[in-house]
Design a protein around this ligand. Structure first.
Ligand code: DX5
Ligand code: ZN
Length: 238
């Protein structure tokens, strides 16, 4: 089932309450980008801000953690069941030793998998859905061992950090491969896309098996965000 989550990074921040209430009936929930100025060169909202959003809407929040270490965030956020929490595969590799170790498959297979599994476990213990994201240059191979444990896999179609970037079309092959791998292995996670999604590419992505879409500019930077959401949903049915 196709679900569109407006990414509020492009909403009018000072009118967020109204914008959320207006769009709530037309979308699956809201995508919330958390950036810490280290993992990505941009800074968005902190835990108090997100927790305040949780209070004004019963719609699911899809929290996208673009931070060095997702673990402390999971303790600070007051999440509700049905929220989706995305953490990045790359986020535990910020220090040079880890980056070096990442090149050894043994490290990926053991220490990292355990760490990732623990994060997934923490997310599940809050009755939320666990999602792993990979950047455009990260191969699918890196996350294969985690796929049986997650509810969603997010393929980034821009470098994380900013809305309004151009869709990186070479990730299409990654979507195809992931879709095929999912079928062959009878797995149940949903495939998600974030970055540069608009009316020119959403139909192809949906046909390839993407079900969850985070979309900022193609909704908020249009004259009528409600019409934009409805038009985007319509295109996924073609
Ligand atoms: C990018 C963010 C995206 C962003 C998408 O780092 O994770 O969620 O808001 O923006 P658009 O849809 O404009 O590419
Ligand atoms: Zn995002």
């Amino acid at each position: 089932m196709i679900k569109i989550y407006p990414s509020i990074i492009s909403a009018k921040i000072l009118e967020l309450n109204t914008q959320i209430k207006t769009l709530e009936p037309y979308c699956a929930g809201f995508h919330v980008d958390i950036m810490d100025l280290h993992f990505v060169p941009n800074l968005t909202m902190g835990p108090d801000f997100i927790n305040a959003i949780e209070k004004i809407t019963s719609a699911p929040l899809w929290v996208h953690l673009m931070v060095d270490d997702p673990r402390p965030w999971l303790e600070l956020l007051k999440l509700k069941p049905s929220d989706i929490i995305t953490f990045h595969f790359e986020s535990l590799f910020r220090d040079p030793t880890s980056i070096k170790l990442r090149k050894t498959k043994g490290f990926i297979g053991e220490s990292l998998l355990n760490e990732h599994k623990k994060i997934v476990g923490t997310i599940h213990s809050k009755n939320c859905l666990a999602s792993i994201a990979i950047n455009p240059e990260t191969p699918l191979y890196d996350i294969l061992t985690l796929l049986p444990f997650v509810d969603q896999v997010l393929i980034m179609s821009v470098e994380p950090g900013f809305s309004g970037q151009k869709f990186i079309s070479k990730i299409m092959h990654k979507v195809k491969e992931l879709s095929q791998y999912k079928k062959e292995n009878n797995l149940s996670f949903k495939i998600a896309i974030d970055g540069g999604v608009d009316k020119n590419n959403i139909s192809e992505l949906a046909n390839l098996g993407v079900e969850d879409f985070a979309i900022a500019s193609a909704i908020f930077k249009t004259p009528n965000p409600i019409n934009a959401i409805e038009e985007l949903y319509g295109l996924t049915k073609k």
